[in-house]
Design a protein around this ligand. Sequence first.
Ligand SMILES: Cc1cc2nc3c(=O)[nH]c(=O)nc-3n(C[C@H](O)[C@H](O)[C@H](O)COP(=O)(O)OP(=O)(O)OC[C@H]3O[C@@H](n4cnc5c(N)ncnc54)[C@H](O)[C@@H]3O)c2cc1C
Ligand SMILES: *[C@@H]1O[C@H](CO)[C@@H](O)[C@H](O)[C@H]1NC(C)=O
Ligand SMILES: *[C@@H]1O[C@H](CO)[C@@H](O)[C@H](O)[C@H]1NC(C)=O
Ligand SMILES: *[C@@H]1O[C@H](CO)[C@@H](O)[C@H](O)[C@H]1NC(C)=O
Length: 534
Amino acid sequence: MKNFIILLLLFNFLTVFHFSSAADSVYDSFVKCFSENKIPDSQISKIVYTPNSPSFTNVLESYIRNRRFNVSTTPKPSIIVTPTAEIHVSAAVLCAKKFGVQLKIRSGGHDYEGISYVSDSTFIVLDMFNFRSINVDLEEETAWVQSGALLGELYYRIWEKSRVHGFPAGICPTVGVGGHISGAGYGNLLRKYGLTVDHVIDAKIVDSNGVVLDRKSMGEDLFWAIRGGGGGSFGVILAYKIKLVPVPPSVTIFRLENFFDRNATESVFQYQQIVDKMDDDLFIRVLLQPITRNRQRTVRATFIGLFLGDSSRLLKITDSIFPKLGLQKTDCHEMPWINSVLFWANYDNTTSPSVLLSRTPDSVNFLKRKSDYVKSPISISNLQSIFRKMIQIGKVGMVFNSYGGRMSEISESETPFPHRAGNLFKIQYSVNWNEEGEEADKNYINQIRELYSFMAPFVSKNPREAYLNYRDLDIGTTDNGKKSYSQGKVYGVKYFKGNFDRLVKIKSAVDPDNVFRNEQSIPVMPFRGRKTRK
Ligand SMILES: Cc1cc2nc3c(=O)[nH]c(=O)nc-3n(C[C@H](O)[C@H](O)[C@H](O)COP(=O)(O)OP(=O)(O)OC[C@H]3O[C@@H](n4cnc5c(N)ncnc54)[C@H](O)[C@@H]3O)c2cc1C
Ligand SMILES: *[C@@H]1O[C@H](CO)[C@@H](O)[C@H](O)[C@H]1NC(C)=O
Ligand SMILES: *[C@@H]1O[C@H](CO)[C@@H](O)[C@H](O)[C@H]1NC(C)=O
Ligand SMILES: *[C@@H]1O[C@H](CO)[C@@H](O)[C@H](O)[C@H]1NC(C)=O
């Protein structure tokens, strides 16, 4: 027994020693390599954190947005690098390449599978939060936005200068620009203006040779790839230049609830008939959530709308094509665009826009997301069986986001994001929980997988399409970028359809050594990959 305890202690000591020495040696190698890359020691000590630094944990946890990856068993990086200058980014890329250590790039940390700060290989995190300047040029109606800026900060900086400009990007203000735009990006201006990447006009990146490139020097292929092909495959995004869009001085919002045990099925059914054809100024999201109401299990359908116009024009539209919504004048609230941003982010109407400058969300849950695309309306009786299934499963919700409008006018190959014409709406499956532990994780992840599999007959097939920014490792991985092409193709065609091949060609040309790799990165071309090197 005594021997056993000693052995156990020795084992513990050895494993701890082993881990800290591995991290120490990564640290030492990087410090040396940073010096060789002309970074002064005084700067290195400010931008490199080891697990022994007192602030390591705080820096790591600051941009964790899924509690599933904030537990003791979550693999931790050997070091975190927090660059404050371009040369720091270049050095991090060159040193990671030199040592074959995986580089995980993080901007806002909202990746649903945490792949910007978790890995099962030895890895370092390049954390871009210091790169967060935003320069709005109203004359040009453009802005340069660094990758570590958050969407809320961008909306605020636009609003500061103009009440009639906006930007078509995500609804959650704490999402980071770096991951959001490199993964396409959309929000409630989708039907009017398309995706976020449809409004990107220039970019600055650091490539796999540590070289800083802009649109002109990177060329149109790479510039195409970084507008939706996913961050972490092609380089480190330093900044994007975006084109602002006009918004009216006043917009209209509404939020209406209906229930399965009332007439929600009919309103959701009618939604599907008109959703892709309604006026481009109108965007309607439907949240479906199993709940208990009047001591009965039911499904609540919440219809949330944004209309780029006044309520009388909106009511004319909904009365004529969507009477089952039951929208009344009293449900409509007119307000400046920036207040609609706050409303969609669930702030009440007394909240000041300055809340958008806050970089921390109000709460962080355990969560899992999945996605699907719907191309033809689901019948009333199928909707009923879906609602019954949701009640039976327990906690999983769905969000429908209306397509059509501008999305149908842009070709599938214009950007890597292929889900354009022919879609009625996108589904996001969603489950949040607060219980800690593997049992809970397993339970809720099984629940979401069960609904996803139940939905198969009603959604896109061959491939079953998915939205990259709703990262879902269930649909395939490449063993962390190590095995490549055939595994990569499995998720690649779901995220990118026919654009996958072009992404692979570009990847093979710009990063033949696969420096930028992760669980779902773009693989290098088999066999002939290296020959395409320029
Ligand atoms: C609460 C919440 C709400 C959301 N709402 C929306 C929405 O309305 N619309 C929408 O389209 N999406 C939405 N998303 C998804 C979101 O767009 C993606 O998760 C996006 O990738 C997050 O970007 P990030 O910088 O915050 O994430 P990160 O986790 O930092 O990065 C995501 C991916 O991009 C890579 N990456 C990050 N920065 C860089 C960089 N500078 N250079 C190269 N690669 C980089 C990472 O390595 C990782 O692979 C939401 C997510 C959450 C958690
Ligand atoms: C992560 O876990 C730590 C320690 O339990 C906790 O203090 C912190 O608030 C958590 N952060 C997030 C984002 O979950
Ligand atoms: C839905 O049903 C309720 C009663 O259950 C009724 O008052 C309401 O008018 C109906 N709404 C529509 C849009 O049909
Ligand atoms: C703000 O919200 C409250 C409560 O929902 C509502 O009573 C009030 O009319 C709203 N004010 C405006 C200006 O919309």
